[in-house]
Write a protein that binds this ligand. Structure first.
Ligand code: SPD
Length: 354
């Protein structure tokens, strides 16, 4: 009788242990490797090493240069990635295409560190599939030695009176939405325009500009500027500031006509081999000190409120990284343009092959 009672107690204890374990299992279920597909220069490599030290998981990173490249890779059947970093509008497209896994927030309690204003975004209501990682703007990087005044207008890249002076010394992003978007903004239109006439106008502007463009590049534009190969470049804020650490002649300005604001996100592809390990890593990235370490390396703004007290003051106080309200009002998120996407693709091909 006594034996039966012991058995019942042991079974009850086991049941209790199972019900208290984190959903998805404990540390023993972590994979040995985590495969991350990220933008280049977008995380301090020490973070991967620290995560491996603490959790015993080796992080292996591949990089992509545009949202469209990332989408094409997933659509071509790449199934080995556990974590990807699409921007806002691409999250919406990937949700629509059913490419993303729903996140299990039992494994991501540090989501509570995210600012309210970055939660529940229109591209992913309820953050079912995405956790915001970093945000920034797209504008103009330049060599301070070559300009008396900051080139604070898209005219410096598109108006022949200015742009022709930088022939062979200018670069544009190799990114259809960003680059067509910059031309649309210069023309006074929304960077999400679906009006075919406005898009044609933007196309002609970009074709005219091509004679002065040294290269369309999204991964080394800041290095070209630092090396003196270019004097002005279309690109992402943080990449210029990262380069400026070694090359202080580089600076960055948000054009006064307005520009792109964007938020990149941590997402798990539906085909991820190790969803639980990816969630543990996302939770790690959301720790205050780790969130700050990301921004202190990338020079991009953080959606992590708890991280703020560890972010370097020169980042937090720079209005080109955390723009004031009057600048924010002129910034626009890229949105999924739905049926107009093939029009953007066609125009981009025409520009590149002209
Ligand atoms: N080097 C990392 C750059 C990340 C830029 N992502 C933003 C894309 C917005 N369209």
């Amino acid at each position: 009788m006594k034996r039966v009672a012991y058995g019942v107690v042991i079974l009850a204890l086991l049941a209790l242990m199972i019900s208290c374990a984190p959903k998805g299992g404990g540390k023993q279920q972590l994979a040995q490797e985590l495969h991350v597909y990220n933008w280049s220069e977008y995380i301090d490599p020490e973070i991967y090493a620290d995560f491996e030290k603490e959790f015993g998981v080796k992080v292996i990173e591949d990089t992509f240069a545009s949202n469209e490249d990332l989408l094409a890779k997933l659509q071509a059947g790449a199934s080995g990635y556990d974590l990807i970093v699409p921007s806002d509008y691409m999250v919406a497209i990937m949700i629509e295409l059913k490419l993303l896994a729903e996140l299990n927030y039992d494994n991501i309690p540090n989501f509570q560190n995210i600012w309210d204003k970055f939660r529940d975004p229109p591209y992913d209501p309820g953050n079912k599939y995405s956790v915001p990682y970093q945000w920034g703007t797209t504008g103009i990087g330049y060599n301070l030695d070559m300009f008396e005044e900051p080139p604070d207008s898209w005219a410096y890249l598109f108006d022949p009176a200015y742009a022709s002076a930088f022939a062979g010394k200018m670069s544009m992003l190799n990114d259809s939405r960003e680059t067509i978007g910059a031309a649309l903004k210069y023309l006074g239109y929304s960077l999400n325009s679906t009006d075919e006439r406005q898009l044609e106008e933007a196309k002609h502007l970009l074709i005219q500009q091509k004679q002065w463009v040294k290269t369309y590049d999204s991964e080394g534009f800041e290095d070209l500027l630092a090396a003196g190969e270019t004097v002005i470049a279309h690109g992402w804020s943080g990449d210029f500031f990262q380069a400026a650490v070694e090359a202080p002649q580089i600076w960055y300005v948000i054009p006064r006509e307005g520009a792109t604001i964007w938020a990149d996100n941590l997402c798990i592809p539906k085909t991820a081999p190790s969803q639980y390990t990816a969630e543990v890593f996302i939770n790690y990235l959301l720790r205050p000190e780790v969130g700050a370490k990301v921004s202190n390396y990338t020079w991009y703004a953080s959606p992590n409120k708890a991280a703020e007290k560890y972010i370097n003051a020169e980042i937090l106080e720079d209005p080109a990284i955390y723009p004031p309200a009057e600048v924010m009002d002129k910034l626009e998120f890229i949105r999924d343009v739905g049926e107009a996407t093939p029009v953007y693709d066609r125009i981009w091909t025409e520009i590149k092959t002209e």
